[in-house]
Design a protein. Structure first.
Ligand code: SAM
Length: 375
């Protein structure tokens, strides 16, 4: 077999990048064919936006296994054993440089890796996010607070070795189940948010808030949202599933009422902080369910942006959009199959413009932005 860009893939240790064996141009062509087949061929498709094939992933979600002296940072294989992927080439350079130092910290602070079958140990995951300017947010997902004092004690030494780490926190995930993180977060640093400079905005990101995993593609997405909707003369905009407010804040203009709705309170707090810093008094964010907000609203806005998780917006919200009278919808989707199902439930809203953005190179996944117009 021809060598790919990743020695873990070639050795069969990690197959997460299942398309790595395909040349990058062929990956993009296949994705474009697939999205056109699902969403339609009678709209104006713009050329796909290519990503860097490596070094693009701004978030590492490392399962920690092994022992205190020899921790493994990576994934679990089919047999449940840890596979060390601390040099995964998808991660941004700052994350790659930080992971060996964090492995050293596991030893120094004596953080026993969690042993899934034995249900013993403390440190479950290390979650690391890098901002475009090289700042790092490091989160220790623990079973209990037991190692908390040791983390605090040794944190100054870690900060000295890793000055890019501007936010550090502990997340408590006491349950024995396959979820990445729990509800309780304890921020250990004075700084509580990572500043993500994207598309000319300084977006605050608190722990427990979603951010697009490919910062360059996120910027492309928000810039397109601005360009595609700039001449729609919308006086009111909703950004449903708004996260830390990337779309809402990109579309904010004096005199335009923008409302962002998002289920994560931490993301809403992040977005509200950015809006306040920018002095945007017409922009507000609210924690809640996107569908519930829409169906209870007194009147629909002129433009709705939706950017749901992989499951899509579902029949209730698409049914509401169909009958709402909303003139334009900007739908950003990471799953063209659920996008196609949602579009089928909104026959009065016709896709007029579409573009694939390669948020997830080397896999079959991608982001697709579509502008829908009422017929
Ligand atoms: C794909 S992310 C998009 C975030 C944001 N638009 C961005 O550009 O970063 C989907 C977001 O939907 C939120 N979410 C999930 N279910 C939700 C619901 N029922 N109502 C509102 N927000 C929800 C998630 O917390 C997440 O922040």
């Amino acid at each position: 077999m021809t060598a790919t860009l990743c020695h873990h893939f070639d050795a069969g240790r990690c197959r997460s990048c299942s398309w790595l064996g395909l040349p990058y141009d062929a990956q993009l062509d296949d994705k474009q064919r697939q999205v056109a087949a699902l969403v339609g061929t009678d709209l104006a498709w713009e050329a796909p936006v290519a990503s860097a094939q490596l070094g693009f992933r701004n978030k590492a979600k490392m399962v920690v296994t092994g022992t205190v002296d020899e921790p493994t940072l990576g994934i679990l294989d089919a047999a449940g054993s840890g596979v060390d992927l601390r040099d995964c080439p998808l991660h941004t350079p700052g994350i790659r440089a930080a992971l060996p130092l964090l492995a050293d910290f596991v030893r120094t602070a004596a953080l026993t890796p969690y042993d899934v079958p034995a249900r013993r140990g403390e440190l479950k995951h290390l979650l690391v996010t890098e901002s475009p300017d090289g700042g790092l947010m490091v989160r220790f997902v623990l079973r209990s607070q037991e190692p908390g004092a040791r983390i605090r004690k040794h944190l100054p030494a870690l900060q000295a070795a890793l000055p890019a780490m501007v936010v550090a926190s502990v997340n408590l995930q006491p349950e024995h189940k396959a979820v990445l993180e729990g509800e309780r977060e304890i921020v250990l640093t004075e700084q509580e948010t990572l500043l993500m400079r994207v598309a000319g905005l300084d977006l605050h990101l608190r722990p427990q808030s979603f951010f697009q995993t490919n910062t360059v593609m996120a910027a492309e997405l928000y810039e397109r949202a601005r360009a595609w909707t700039g001449d729609l003369a919308a006086a009111s905009i909703w950004d449903l599933y708004c996260g830390v407010g990337g779309f809402a804040l990109s579309l904010a203009r004096p005199g335009v009422a923008v409302t962002g709705i998002e289920v994560s309170r931490e993301a809403v707090a992040s977005a509200s902080l950015t809006a306040a810093e920018l002095g945007l008094s017409d922009v507000r964010f609210e924690a809640g369910d996107a569908t519930a907000y829409a169906v209870r609203a007194a009147a629909p806005p002129d433009l709705v942006v939706v950017n749901p998780p992989r499951r899509g917006i579902g029949p209730e919200l698409s049914g509401w959009l169909e009958s709402s009278g909303v003139e334009h919808v900007l739908y950003s989707s990471c799953n063209a199959t659920t996008l196609a199902a949602d579009l089928a439930a909104m026959p009065s809203l016709r896709p007029v413009r579409g573009q694939l953005l390669d948020m997830f190179p080397n896999t079959g996944h991608y982001e697709v932005l579509t502008l829908l117009e009422r017929r």
